[in-house]
Design a protein around this ligand. Structure first.
Ligand code: ZN
Length: 306
């Protein structure tokens, strides 16, 4: 598979750093690293990523020794991983007042700054954001309602009711995203809630009892009424907005007659490479954001015609 997009299809994925899975059970090491001056902490506040005041393009990385008090007030503390230089730890300080947070930096939406960050920092921020979201929503046991506690450096939560003892793992919601092709055109659609002009390939969440290929066929049929033949894997991307895994496919339509389901989709149409290459990228027509697998699917198709 050749990816020709301006950004790799795996933007937000684990890159040059190590998730340090073997360290998650080492409580002594983890606690020591919370006080280690070389540890770098990544701050999440109310779902937002903290960046430096001076330079929004650079992730705010604080020194753990200076800010170790934050660990005591954090909603969650998660080991992101290690690289040659340091351990990277995410803390969610959502309970802190905004005035305190703004004294550290600017809390911004990763959706807004993600494409501007270097891939390594974007991927660490994505993991920090995704884990904070999961912890926030799993403070009580889904079986018996008793509070849960974090274990394994943030990678599981256990029910504190000894007779229940249920363990919960970070949850992701798998979704398929597919470039539907028919001859020399691909299908793009838009939802009414999207930014003006924004067009994307189709996508949808996987349901229990479906293979990913089943979901591709069901979603395309549901949204635009097309029958699909071959379904081919393209690549995947974590999408922590808030907790998806986007699994990309190429789907070959057996027909080009669209029958739109207006409850699911506002509009959809076939586009040629020429049309997409000449996209005005304004409020009349624009493609999806450059850090998305949606855009990678489109760019990959454009490149095949060159
Ligand atoms: Zn329980």
């Amino acid at each position: 598979m050749i990816h020709s997009s301006e950004l790799p299809v795996n933007f937000y994925t684990t890159g040059s750093w190590d998730r340090a899975v073997e360290k998650r059970g080492d409580i002594e090491w983890f606690h020591a690293s919370l006080r280690n001056p070389s540890t770098q902490i990544h701050v999440v506040w109310q779902g937002r990523t903290l960046v430096r005041h001076e330079d929004h393009a650079v992730l705010n990385i604080l020194n753990a020794a200076t800010y170790s008090d934050l660990f005591d007030v954090a909603r969650s503390v998660v080991l992101l991983g290690c690289d040659e230089e340091a351990a990277h730890i995410a803390i969610d300080i959502s309970a802190q007042p905004e005035s305190f947070v703004t004294s550290l930096g600017d809390a911004v939406d990763l959706r807004a700054i993600g494409p501007l960050l270097p891939p390594r920092e974007a991927s660490l921020s994505a993991l920090a954001r995704g884990m904070a979201y999961w912890h926030e929503r799993h403070t009580f046991c889904g079986v018996c309602g008793t509070p849960t506690v974090s274990e394994q450096a943030g990678y599981q939560r256990r029910c504190t009711n000894a007779s229940c003892n249920a363990v919960f793992f970070p949850r992701i919601d798998p979704a398929v995203i597919m470039r539907v092709e028919y001859g020399d055109r691909i299908l793009l659609g838009r939802q009414a809630s999207w930014a003006p002009g924004m067009h994307s390939v189709l996508a949808g969440f996987v349901e229990p009892g479906e293979s990913l290929e089943d979901t591709v066929r069901r979603e395309v049929h549901e949204e635009v009424g097309l029958p699909i033949g071959e379904v081919r894997y393209f690549g995947s991307q974590p999408w922590p907005f808030p907790s998806s895994l986007m699994v990309g496919f190429v789907a070959i339509a057996l027909d080009d007659t669209l029958n739109l389901n207006r409850e699911e989709i506002d509009s959809a149409a076939w586009f040629t490479r020429e049309q997409l290459i000449n996209s005005p990228e304004d409020e009349t027509f624009k493609l999806s954001r450059k850090d998305s697998i949606s855009r990678a699917l489109v760019n990959d198709w454009i490149a095949q015609g060159r």
